[in-house]
Design a protein around this ligand. Structure first.
Ligand code: SAM
Length: 209
């Protein structure tokens, strides 16, 4: 289960700045511990959260119960459990770490962060499917590493008709997962020889009225 980290924190800051109105319909896709869903629910939003990991679903349900905030938490693959619904705000901190061994789909704990050899396994699907779930003036906030091509995220969301921009950036030290594949990332040119940090970005994309 993915404990909240720097990416969670950066997206939480963007969520606070977005300040969804009480009663706003919010979706947290890939909710993990439920940290983002709970933050939105504490602000009075009507929140649904989804995760493919049963352990994450039960952890998020427990955290919501302990915090006494109502969050609807569903088990399933990305948007499948909420297919016919629309939202004022979609939050996404998906797996986005480029992974060297892509012969098998990510499994076990690494399913929370590994995302194919370019890190875009989930990002591309979210960029493709999220726009249809946004209400007019609805917003998608998505966090990922600059190693996984934020320009591509901006391009795909703009192609889908959204107004997209990077609204937050933060440099952080390489965590244990990136350090364990540092040589591979450098060979692939994703990490420069002297880089010992990665940059996180939050992209905000709004559906026009
Ligand atoms: C980087 S963690 C983020 C967790 C939490 N939102 C946070 O910010 O701390 C990514 C989460 O996405 C979930 N996930 C991975 N693939 C998914 C999929 N296809 N559909 C739904 N959730 C998925 C993982 O189980 C994990 O909980």
């Amino acid at each position: 289960m993915y404990a909240p980290q720097d990416d969670t924190e950066l997206l939480t800051e963007a969520l606070r700045e977005e300040a969804p109105a009480p009663g706003a319909r919010v979706l947290d896709v890939g909710t993990g511990s439920g940290a983002l869903a709970l933050e939105a629910a504490r602000r009075g939003a009507e929140v649904t959260a989804v995760d493919v990991s049963r352990r994450a679903v039960w952890t998020a349900r427990l955290n919501a119960w302990l915090s006494r905030v109502p969050v609807r938490i569903r088990h399933g693959n990305l948007f499948a459990p909420v297919r016919d619904r629309t939202y004022d705000l979609i939050l996404a901190n998906p797996p986005y770490v480029p992974a060297p061994d892509t012969r098998r789909a990510p499994r076990g704990r690494s399913r929370a962060w590994d995302a194919g050899d370019d890190g875009r396994l989930l990002l591309d699907r979210i960029c493709r499917d999220a726009p249809a779930l946004l209400r007019p003036e609805g917003v998608l906030l998505i966090v990922h590493s600059a190693l996984s091509d934020p320009d591509r995220t901006l391009e795909l969301l703009r192609e889908a008709g959204l107004k997209a921009a990077t609204v937050r950036r933060r440099w952080i030290a390489l965590g244990p997962v990136l350090r364990s594949r540092e040589d591979w990332l450098r060979r692939r040119g994703l990490l420069a020889p002297a880089d010992d940090r990665e940059e996180l970005v939050v992209i905000r994309a709004e559906r026009p009225r």
